[in-house]
Design a protein. Structure first.
Length: 465
């Protein structure tokens, strides 16, 4: 045993092993440290990016932006962090910044799929549909038949108001993935743009059958209840009490139909003056108006209404009428309106009226609309001025309740000059069935001839295609 130990202690190979062991261990430590340096920071960075993405999904835009910026400051070359930051800006409507970041990524990596798709959606959400198509088209050159890219391009056509192209593209996607409710929702919305309500309802019901909890499908289904139908008829009757006099009869009839995607034709018979004007009520005369025209939706921001017509004022004479309104839909859901009427009289003075107002969302279902009116008749002593305030509450099922009032100065005659007038009203639109809605309007006014109490009751008939 002693001999063995002596041999081992004097073994030259053993001596060499003892000298090299510290070197080997040192190298091993270096390798392990390098691995830890590379792996653990990468894992930490990935964890940070996951946290930032989740914050963005949860709607915490500023918090997500801070995390993304921290990673990018530390690693300017980190593409995943840059893409996450750009999407965070895009999802939370900081669209100019999102566009700049996506374009910066694409300068470094022109075929980066995530950046191309993100830029396409960002431009579409900005309303720049013409340019939004190109990132998707460019992406398809590198990733042909990619459903995510094709879906994005289909949405651009849908949002810009090209339902025919969108339907073709979404039907192709739906054939490839028939169990995806998103495609049925998009197709329903496209058919709704073509006023094909019956088909839109069928598609959205199919989406709900696939996924009963699908929020988008439920929202589309609820909106179908009050979507503009292909053909609509409004019939109004009414009753008026002016002092000791009263009169009842037909107030108005209007027909409207969707001639094309952007034009809705209107024809109407208006008999309100026969019931509401002191002279015509007192003399038991008719003052009937016939109008024809339509509404043009130029795009999602601008629409114009124009009607031309003829008013028969019985023995007093007649008038040729022109009525119009221009509405501008702003991005914050406000709507600016301006319009008016001009009447060229035969045996009666010419007259005109202009108005301007703004429709403002106060709450999700409540809007208010201040309006200013100015009008004038030839030979009248002065112009008339009125201010009004209208409000409208709209329920999810299409129920509408309106209320408001006005105050102004109107002509009281060449000798009397002007007199004060005021009025209040309440109105309701009640859906009974998707094809039959009831309407009511109650008004109380003080005019030149005294106090007016007016009631109108009507039915709205909606015919779908």
């Amino acid at each position: 045993m002693t001999f063995g130990l002596l041999i081992e202690s004097h073994n030259p190979n053993r001596m060499r092993h003892s000298n090299t062991q510290p070197t080997f261990i040192f190298i091993l430590y270096i390798i392990i440290a390098t691995i830890l340096f590379l792996v653990f920071p990468a894992a930490g960075q990935e964890n940070e990016l996951s946290i930032a993405r989740q914050l963005s999904y949860d709607g915490q835009y500023q918090e997500a932006d801070s995390v993304f910026n921290r990673v990018i400051t530390r690693e300017p070359w980190n593409i995943e962090a840059q893409i996450g930051s750009a999407y965070n800006h895009s999802w939370h409507q900081n669209l100019p910044q999102a566009q700049l970041e996506f374009e910066k990524i694409l300068k470094a990596e022109p075929t980066n799929k995530s950046a191309l798709v993100g830029l396409g959606y960002t431009l579409a959400w900005k309303g720049d549909y013409a340019n939004a198509k190109y990132p998707f088209i460019n992406a398809l050159q590198s990733y042909p038949h990619d459903p995510e890219i094709e879906k994005g391009l289909a949405y651009v056509y849908l949002w810009q108001g090209s339902p025919d192209v969108a339907i073709d593209m979404f039907e192709d996607l739906q054939e490839e993935d028939p169990s995806n409710p998103e495609y049925y929702n998009a197709l329903a919305y496209a058919h709704l743009q073509r006023y094909e309500t019956i088909e839109a309802r069928r598609l959205v019901n199919h989406a709900i059958n696939i996924d009963p909890d699908n929020v988008a499908a439920q929202q589309i289904k609820s909106s179908l209840a009050y979507a503009p139908p292909f053909l609509e008829a409004d019939i109004w009757g009414g009753y008026t009490q002016i002092g000791e006099m009263s009169r009842a009869g037909l107030r108005a009839v209007q027909l409207s139909t969707q001639v094309s995607r952007s034009f809705r034709a209107l024809v109407s018979y208006d008999n309100n003056m026969s019931l509401d004007n002191f002279y015509y009520v007192d003399q038991h005369l008719q003052a009937e108006t016939y109008l024809a025209g339509g509404v043009v939706n130029w795009d999602k921001h601008y629409n114009t209404r124009l009607q031309l017509g003829y008013r028969d004022l019985a023995s007093s004479g007649s008038q040729m009428l022109a009525l119009g309104e221009q509405a501008v839909n702003l991005k914050d859901r406000k709507v600016i309106k301006a319009g008016g009427m001009y009447a060229i009289g035969h045996n009666v003075p010419d007259e005109w009226m202009m108005y301007a107002g703004i429709n403002i969302p106060v709450m999700t279902h409540l809007r208010v609309e201040p309006v200013y009116y100015i009008s004038h008749r030839d030979l009248a002593p002065s112009m008339e001025h009125r201010i009004g305030l209208n409000s409208q509450w709209t329920g999810k099922s299409g129920l509408e309740i309106g209320a408001g009032g006005h105050y102004g100065k109107v002509n009281a005659g060449s000798e009397l000059g002007t007199a004060g007038t005021y009025g209040i009203y309440i109105a309701a639109l009640i859906p009974v069935h998707r094809m039959v809605w009831l309407q009511a309007n109650l008004r109380h006014e003080k005019g030149v001839a005294g106090m007016y109490q007016m009631a109108g009751f009507g039915v709205k008939l909606r015919f779908e295609q």
